[in-house]
Design a protein around this ligand. Structure first.
Ligand SMILES: CC(C)(COP(=O)(O)OP(=O)(O)OC[C@H]1O[C@@H](n2cnc3c(N)ncnc32)[C@H](O)[C@@H]1OP(=O)(O)O)[C@@H](O)C(=O)NCCC(=O)NCCS
Length: 187
């Protein structure tokens, strides 16, 4: 499905564009050490972010499309708004996908990740017809665990040594939300 355009009360989610503005915006997120602290990769330089956007656009053309790495913008920033973060949905397995998100640090604490999660759930369970969404979170990332729990995701357990990064093994908490739970919560 291309292009994806999701609209919430304060945010829009759209395809990334290979423009200097989107590259700078992604770099403002992925280049920040504090933001990358709980992401499964080292902080990225601008060139790597540009390469990433090229990969996202390539992935978007796959048939069938399985990976949606999308840009998050705020309505208040206007029509040509630069992204303040990313939103990810990756299909894996039968009617199942993982979700993720990251926001520029100065935008944290305003409920944006919760709005992104709602939009990804609507998209996944709605347009894509998925049955299960999952997310993995560093156990120390309480903000992300809170976002998922508020959206109705349930903790499934702890994956030991899920990731080897920065010279150490990291555990992850795995959360999931099923179609009928989302439908019930949405009323
Ligand atoms: C995780 C992240 C996306 C959260 O975004 P956000 O827009 O600030 O999240 P929200 O405002 O929707 O909700 C955050 C919730 O966590 C709570 N929270 C934030 N920091 C917290 C902390 N250190 N301890 C406990 N709760 C915390 C907030 O109070 C809020 O809960 P509330 O609505 O009940 O008050 C953002 O911090 C981020 O981009 N972090 C870096 C990248 C990242 O970790 N991505 C997720 C990988 S799994």
């Amino acid at each position: 499905m291309v292009p994806v355009q999701l609209t919430g009360p304060r945010l829009s989610i759209r395809e990334f564009q290979h423009t200097p503005g989107d590259v700078d915006a992604l770099h403002a997120v992925f280049g920040d050490t504090e933001t990358a602290r709980y992401l499964p990769f080292e902080p990225r330089d601008r060139e790597t972010c540009a390469d990433q956007i090229a990969i996202y656009l390539e992935e978007a053309q796959a048939e069938p499309r399985t990976v949606y790495r999308l840009a998050v913008t705020r309505h208040e920033d206007g029509e040509q708004a630069a992204p303040i973060g990313n939103a990810v949905l990756g299909v894996e397995g039968v009617r199942a996908a993982f979700v993720g998100y990251a926001l520029r640090r100065d935008t944290w604490g305003q409920g944006y990740a919760s709005e992104i999660t709602r939009l990804l759930c609507d998209f996944g369970f709605g347009a894509l017809g998925l049955h299960r969404l999952a997310a993995r979170v560093d156990p120390a990332n309480t903000a992300s665990s809170r976002v998922l729990t508020k959206a109705g995701f349930q903790l499934e357990g702890r994956i030991r040594h899920d990731l080897h990064l920065r010279g150490a093994w990291h555990d992850a908490l795995q959360y999931s939300l099923l179609e009928h739970e989302w439908t019930a919560a949405a009323g």
